[in-house]
Write a protein that binds this ligand. Sequence first.
Ligand SMILES: [Zn+2]
Length: 194
Amino acid sequence: MPSETLNEWERHNELEKTILTGIYGQPEIKRAEKNRFLGEFRERVIKRLSKKQVAEPGIYPEITSALEDENAKKMVIHGDIPYSQARKYEKLAHKLQKGCSIIHEPGFKGDTGLLVVSGNAVDIENIDVEDRTLRLTRLGVPEPLIHSAGRKVCKSCLDKMLKADPAEASNYTMITFLDHLWGEHCPGCTSTEH
Ligand SMILES: [Zn+2]
């Protein structure tokens, strides 16, 4: 084969390759991207939690705010997450009258555990939520109190938490007089008082 013809053929092949990439490449990229975002388009994601964050006992207030966003359509949770951990978020979505799907898909990649998504592109650059323990530690909340999310704490601890972040109110309830009589101790300050 004369070299010129070969070059022509190769050029043609390159062009063909480009066309094929144009036709099939984009959907492939989109599919890979969607597997990283629980089957959703990245541009529709409002907020994201990692699997580790979903597993924590407290509810991230950022997810509550995201669900309250007028663009929010639904919540999606990775099916690998134990239901005992996912349930609190499913309840939250229902309370705020948003849909919630738990998706089982072996093709999902990465550590995404939960998403709040819109029905159309919102193009939010920073969808990640700061680690709750880091954020509250920075605000001066003692660690035992941070880790007492979902439990009953004493009035002094509750006040301390709400002063640091009022949005954490839904993660705590106050120990009642009756609880005290039954010998219930505050997990938020027990270990710091000793
Ligand atoms: Zn306390």
